[in-house]
Design a protein around this ligand. Structure first.
Ligand code: ZN
Length: 74
């Protein structure tokens, strides 16, 4: 028998998506890890879906802005 208790359970992560310095992994404990360079957010899959939705909305609004405003930034 294994004397170790559940506190020693290990987490294994599966990469869901990766793009440059950005990576999203799914942990065996159910947590989603969203990494931006050296900064990691941990959240539930429900949070990820909500963030994906609001991020898409924000990007859509950005792309609908007049191009001259982008030219000033870039
Ligand atoms: Zn975990």
């Amino acid at each position: 028998m294994n004397p170790r208790k559940s506190s020693s359970k290990r987490c294994e992560q599966t990469v869901l998506a990766q793009n440059g310095h950005h990576q999203i992994t799914h942990c065996t404990c159910g947590t989603i890890h969203v990494t931006f360079r050296n900064f990691t957010l941990r959240m539930t899959p429900e949070d990820l879906a909500a963030i994906a939705e609001v991020t898409a909305d924000a990007n859509f609004v950005l792309e609908c802005e007049p191009p001259d405003r982008h030219a000033a930034i870039h």
